[in-house]
Design a protein around this ligand. Sequence first.
Ligand SMILES: *Cc1c(COP(=O)(O)O)cnc(C)c1O
Length: 548
Amino acid sequence: MNKSITKVATADMESLYRIFTVAEAPDSTLGQIEKEISENLAGFLNEHIVARAVSLAEIERDFSCADMPEQPTFVSEHTQFLLDKLVANSVHTAAPSFIGHMTSALPYFMLPLSKIMIALNQNLVKIETSKAFTPLERQVLGIMHNLVFGQNEQFYQTYMHSESDSLGAFCSGGTLANITALWVARNNLLKANNQFKGVNREGMYRALNHYGYQGVAILVSNRGHYSLGKAADVLGIGRDDLIAVEVDATHKVLVDEMRTKAAELEEQGIKVMAIVGVAGTTETGNVDPLNDLADLAEQLSCHFHVDAAWGGATLFSKAHKALLKGIERADSVTIDAHKQMYVPMGAGIVLFKQPKLASEIEHHAEYVLRKGSKDLGSHTLEGSRPGMAMLVYSALKVLGRKGYELLINRSIKQAEYFAGLISQQADFELVSKPELCILTYRYVPQSVKALLAKADLNQQKRINEKLDDLTRFIQKCQREAGKSFVSRTRLTSNLYPEQTITVFRVVLANPLTTEQILQDVLAEQAELAQLSQFALPALKQILAESAR
Ligand SMILES: *Cc1c(COP(=O)(O)O)cnc(C)c1O
C-alpha cells in the first residue's frame, strides 16, 4: 500500500492540503471497499448472505471509545478499520434473501453516479450553489407530477420553472414529505385574513382563536405510517389529534367510519384539517379507496393527502395503476424514490396538485432565497440539500417507464407466488394477502391450526400468544443466522379480529430474489421453529390438554 499517496498522518497544513487535492490510490483499501460494495450490489447471487453472525454487543465494542481522535491518521489505516469492522458487519440490504424491509438492491450505476454527485457537492437550497441541478430537480418534479396528476403540456410549460410556483419538493424521505404536505395543509387552513397574519406568523394558539376552532385534526387509517404522528407533533396539532380510523378485513380504511369521526369532531368544534389516504400501507401494502376519500375531502372541504411513499411507483405499471385510482384528486402526494424507484436513500418527494398551494410555506431570507429567485429552498422544510434529483432523473431515464413497469409487475407477481406457496404449506398461515408486493404470514403447526379453528375466543387468545412467542423466536434466529431476513410486526387480522398477532412481514422488491430463495426461507423457518425451547413445547402442552 502506498502510504505516500494516502498520507495524512501528521497535523501539518501540507498534509491537510493533500487530502483536499490528491485522489486516492486505486489499490488502497478504499478501492477494496468499493469492490466489496459492488459485489454487494451484484446481489450475492450464489451465496445469499444477509449479515455475518456477529452479535451487536460485539460490534458495539469496536465503536465505544468516546475520545476525540487527537492525531491525524493514515487514510489507508483508517479504511482498513472500516473494511474490517464496519463494512464486514453491515447488513447486505441488496442480498436477494433480504426480503424484510423496503430497502433493496440498487442498479449498479447508482454507485458511480453518487460519487459524481458528491464530487460536485451542489447545494439545492439555492441557485447560486446548484446551477443546472435546480432546473433538473424542477424537471423531475414535473415528470413525477405528470405521472400522478397528468396535466397537459401547457401546464408543465407554465409551472415547471416558474419562480413563484412549485409542483412539489424533494426532501430526505417520506417522513419529511408527509410533514411538508401537512405543513402546507395547516398553513392553508389557518392562513392570514382580516387582522390575522396567518398561523405561520402568529402560531397555533392565536390561529385557533382567530378561526374559532377548538382544535384541528388529521384523519387516517390505523395503518397510517408513524411519520404522520411526528407531523402532527411538530406542526403543533398534537399526536392525539391524528385520529386513527378502523380498517376493513383487507386493511383499507373504512370511509364511512372516517365520515362519522369527522362529523363528531366538527360537532366538537374541531376542524378536520386533512384526511390522509395510504397507497401502500407499510405493514401490509394495501391501498385505501382513494376515490371515496377524495369525495369525503370534498364534502369536508379539507386537504386530501395521499401517502404513496411505498405504493406510488405502482403508477408506472399499466396493469396495476388502477389500484391507485383517485390519487389524481389529491391535493398533495408523497412518493419515496428510495423505495420502489430503486434510488439510494435520501430521496423523498412531495407533489402538490396546485402549483400555488405551497405559497403558504414560502420563506425568504436576504442572503439566499431572495424574493423572485428560483431558489428551491424557499419552498422546502430542509435547508442545505444534496443533488439527489440527479439520481432519480438517471433512474427514470435508464429504466424508463417500461423498465419500472417490468419491475413493479414482477414484484407483485412474486408476492402472489409467495402467498400461494405459503397457503400450500400445512404448517404456515397466510395472514394478509398481497395487493402490492408486501404480505404477512406466520408459522402455525398443522395440529395447532386445527385446534385454533375450533377453539373458543379465550383459547384462541392463549394459543395466539404462544404463536406470537414462536414467531418472534423464529424471526430473531433467522436474522441472527444471517442467511436470510424477514421482518416482523403486530397487527389485527380478520382471522382473529379480537386480538393483535405477531406476524412475519415480507417485502418482495428485489428483482434478484428467486422462487428458490422464497422456498428456502420457509424451509429455514420451519427448521428454526423446532429449536424453540418454550413456545413450541407450550403449544404442544395446549394440544395435549385439549385432547384430554
Ligand atoms: C416508508 C414510508 C414512510 C416514511 O418514509 P421515510 O422515507 O422512511 O421517511 C411514510 N409512509 C409510508 C406509507 C411509507 O411506506
